[in-house]
Design a protein around this ligand. Sequence first.
Ligand code: O2Y
Ligand code: MN
Length: 648
Amino acid sequence: MWTSKDKSISVEGKGDFSLLNAAVSDFLEQYVRTCSPSRLHLCDGSDEENKKLCELMRESGMVRPLTSKEYTNCWSVRTDPTDVARLESKTLICTPKEEQVVAEGARHPGTPNMLGKWMSEEQMDAQMKDRLPRCMKGRVMYIIPFSMGPVGSPLAKIGIQLTDSPYVVASMRVMTRIGTPVIKTLNTGAEPTEFVRCMHTVGRPDPADPAEVQKAKMRLPTWPCDPERVLIAHYPMRREIVSYGSGYGGNSLLGKKCFALRIASWIGKEEGWLAEHMLIMRVQNPEGDVRYVAAAFPSACGKTNLAMMEPSLPGWDVKCVGDDIAWLKFDNEGRLRAINPENGFFGVAPGTSLKTNPNAMEMVHRNTIFTNVAYTERGDVYWEGMDPTYDLNNTKVISWRGIPHWKPGMCTMDGEVITAAHPNSRFCTPLSECPVVDPLYNSAEGVPIDAIIFGGRRPDTIPLVFESFNWPHGVFLGSAMRSETTKAAADVTEKLRHDPFAMRPFFGYNFGEYLQHWLNLEKPGRKMPSIFHVNWFLRGEQNEFLWPGFGENARILEWIFKRLNGDSSVARASPIGMLPTNSGIRSNDLSPSVDMDRLLNVDHKLWLKEEEAIRSFLEGQLGKDCPAGIVEQIHSLRERLANTCSEE
Ligand code: O2Y
Ligand code: MN
């Protein structure tokens, strides 16, 4: 039994509530009063607890176990079709002043704000007051103590998530370190440790509104949600997140995008470090030299594949520290160190195959929660691009929407293709299951970063790889990133969109201040990582990819290694940065052959347009908040392009 401080409310409860310190107890009490859960469950993180929870979800029809012998402790979940991806338009950062979140340019009336959306704390409180009261009536409120980063690491941070979704508990258990050891670290120091307050509910349509109640009846009974009223609020100054109405992915696993990127980027600015949308990988060459690399690509652009790739070049080896988020901080020796704050993968299933990511294919057979993939009569899972040899003719496949005899090529009455799996369907697997997880993935001090790679999905203009001239130029390259869009967000319609630092949906504060923070990191005595830009997605006349990608990307890593070792013979200056010489990247043994001239071409006409697009985006969004260091970079690029054009 849990009882409020003044003893006026008692709720049946499971777990040892005496472990909670005063601050956590106050947070819990505030939301028990508001949400009126029927029961409380303080999660201890044990295997036994997880087993019971999965069994409970199985009984309620929310999850199905994969019964095929090839899978151990794997589960398949279908969400309501209205709740399948992050919702950027419903995601807001709430602070006292708009300028803390939105840069000057984007505050101009008539200029669309393309980065973080703002609402005042008071306005948001009122919106939530309309949604939260009694939202957990009849449900259990789970209390999840979790650590982002290895428990006790000086780089780690703690959160407490309240949620009414057992699916969220099971997924947070994979994605973060949860349970009693975390709660105990809150109380070990002289001062109680700070924690981020994370409040989540799948929502409850207003019972007083018959239309809403009617709509709710149409939804998948095993997946309660309130899609019309979804709202995901971040209060960085209060260190609080409140998420209403969605049980899916980044909307509900609050340790991930909400905490580890939006709130953490704010904390990082205050404390002098970075929270970035980056994978972390260890690369070793045949001579045994090791380099750790962090890479930022927009959502669903292949970070997971790169982070655990199998290099095609003999003697090269890749190990994975993380595939999505990096927290980076300079140590006392001036080395940039990184931890992966997460403990699992929440990877896109469609397109994952033995060819694109053999290590992911191996690891998803254990302790994995699949969401919105297809389920088969063999008791396993299926998704588009998984296995060209899969016998679809003789296997009954149940699509993610529950179509019982799904076949390829099925269409709706409107001619729309019906897919087996949702394009944003996911596997959720512990890091420890990855066959190439780096032994240092749990290291408290983090791994030393030598290179940062930016990238995007561009069919033209951006060459296969190039290097920045220096740190400020590298920061500019991050700010100039653009990429073709994917299905990771439900409400994004542009084809090619600006996505600076791959952080567009994840900035926790003013983009101008963010850029200045990056520029300020360069200080005497610090070993600044080299910055590169890659584009594996160049296409030819028939829309074919010009570069084989996947394991062959080791060839790009080889060039990066040479540059890190100071080899000036493999690079030449160009208006956009240091490009590989034509023989700089090993490619003559590739079959089919590749057109290196084309892959490394800087087309001046296209680049004049690119420069125009970058300048107008940065000037438009930043206005007076554009740091002088970035203005200088814009001018220099223009000048270099003009000089090269006039020489031709
Ligand atoms: O909430 C979702 O729909 C998933 S979004 C996601 C999941 C894992 C890693 N990255 C992302 C992303 O959008 O960048
Ligand atoms: Mn991501």
